[in-house]
Design a protein around this ligand. Sequence first.
Ligand code: GLN
Ligand code: ZN
Length: 775
Amino acid sequence: MLTHNLGYPRIGIQRDLKKLVESYWKDEIDKSELVASSEALRVMHWTKQKEAGINLVPSNDFSLYDQVLDTAMLVGAIPDRYQELFQEENDGTHSYPIDTYFAMARGVQDDEHDIPAMEMTKWFNTNYHYIVPEFSAGQTFECLSSKVFDEYEEAKSVGVITKPTLIGPVSFLLLGKEKDESEEFHRLDLLDELLSVYQEILSELEQMGVEWVQIEEPFLCLDLDEKAQVAYQRAYEKLAEDREGLELLLTTYFEGLDKNTGLACDLSVEGLHIDLVEAPGQLDKVLEHLDEETKLSLGLIDGRNIWKADLEQAVEVVKQAAEAIGEEQVLIAPSSSLLHCPVDLEQETDETALPTDIKRWMAFANQKLEELSLLKKLAKDDLTAKERQQVEEHQADISDKGESTLVHHPEVQQRMDNLDEDILHRDNPYLERKKIQQEHIDLPELFPTTTIGSFPQTKKVRQWRADYRKGELSKEEYEQKLKEATADLIEKQEEIGLDLLVHGEFERNDMVEYFGEQLAGFAFTRNGWVQSYGTRGVKPPIIYGDVHRPDPMTVKWSSYAQSQTEKPVKGMLTGPVTILQWSFPRDDQSRSETAKQIALAIRDEVADLEAAGIQAIQIDEPAFREGLPLRRNDWTHYLDWAVDAFRIASTVVDDQTQIHTHMCYSEFNDVIEHIARLDADVISMETSRSQMELLDAFVEFDYPNEIGPGVYDIHSPRVPSTEEMVNLLEKAVDVLPPEQLWVNPDCGLKTRGWEETLPSLENMVKAARQMRERV
Ligand code: GLN
Ligand code: ZN
């Protein structure tokens, strides 16, 4: 029985990789230093894993930016627009064209070049983002980068024999996007061409003496059409040809194989990895289908969450599998790559963020590796006295969590038990509310203007927060500065002529953390970074217990802003689904339960805002869509509880109070019915880049409530002209009645500078005024 790891976090314990890569970008270090220092980091990671007792340590899981981009480099899938750059760089001395690689990830803009970056999108249902490969008809591939070979040799030279990891050919194609206009072309048409490169790579690895290759095919956990199924059969048939010494570990994660169980088990590979954390129920079926020769890797330690694994429960699964197929056929592993969890819990020493009583329930990547080793010994009944005690303590921590009063809060439980239908509805339907709101809230009847909430978080504002945290500013001083910033913003908005004002969110570091810090049931880390994309990381809060709101969270700021103006000020909250989605959730109750608890806490805040005289309240749900399960069959269940959670949060108000929501993306076609069920009075979203195309979904559905299609792209410092925005609004008026439309930017302005924000908003207000005259 071997233990193996699917992938280790590459960012380094002190976010070393971020610092390294960013210094390279800033020209503070040169290529050779980048190469040498990243090698040192890898060596550290390999050694760590080996010391933890992992039998098969992965290589090629490291990346300077993204593993999908690495794969594109590996097989030479460099889009044409970077070819010139690549030729310039490829003078024969570099085995890895690093500048071309970074250009693909981030674009380049200098005296000689102006090339946009490749697209980026979410890695399945995680918060990791990968670079989307581009494919076109007739594209050819060649093995271009030696990274996978080099890393194997590197590890070997320090005494670690690794299992190189590759993204499988079918998943690689499916992860990409057709760049071809022609309708007939499908990226899977490139499979044969791609397979010849994979064959080449595998045979080279085989010659180097590699025993196992982890070939990742996470798409086997998604719904597959006929074409994709055929592609899988063809691909693994091809890759089995001429392969002798080298064994393939077909790796799946994030869901169960479900309908693809037969397909996956019949592929010509030597091992199969399945995720038994996300889909424990799949084991029986897999055991049934798997032939005698194929090894089975059990993903038993959660690769994506931060809770200790229940080793006693896990060992039962190991025993079941061992009994069915023989102990030597079983491997044990984390469920997925550990890329998705922070590196080392030992770094968390600040008890005000993470109390010891909660920390003892948790495990980060390093701790998970230890769990894995213990699990193996437990399964083989091979524990020393000390290890036995370790397991006992470990299990005691877990049962303690099950009973802890830190986790369980009777009042929350009671409130949850008493939830009924009534809580899900406003008093009257939207059309009636609209009339009441028109009388109650002082807004222009047509094209009211507003913003999404945040305004530039300048260095100055962030410095105040840092000084306050360090104790260099007192609470009073800090809040006084924030008040001044807020009052100043109110004045600016009045000068610009905006209609529904905001307070600016200067007091918030982050739209989830800010609420998490004030809600009971949340803990934080100081160093629990997880890679989000490239050199960017997030530090998700940890939801460990029943959530409730001890005190009002935003009322003070909203009331203060409202006291500075006669115009209405919009209250600003983050919605329950987004708070859940961007945190590490509990593993002892369903996500829907947790979402509803958060929703109740937000509901209390909404009620208090209304009582304080706030006439419009926005509940942001930018993560609403990303919560969608990987499989279509599971969508309805998710959408039902997600919609309920939003409604629990929002329906407490009287008809006269206007509920807004905001979502920063532009794909609504497949969920529009559920967006409508949110029954927000106003929804704002991104549209400017898609030229209002997303409105089609709303038009087709006959969406009745008000809509604020973003009229300018806040992701760029460019100042849009009034005329441009008028043009966009005219497109909107072509398809929707003007009474339904608001005028606002795409998203919050916190990453922008004042220089571009003020003129942009002035132009936007002018555009709204012109529209009012026109219709
Ligand atoms: N109200 C938030 C802001 O303006 C919304 C952010 C978001 O949509 N991601 O910053
Ligand atoms: Zn947004």
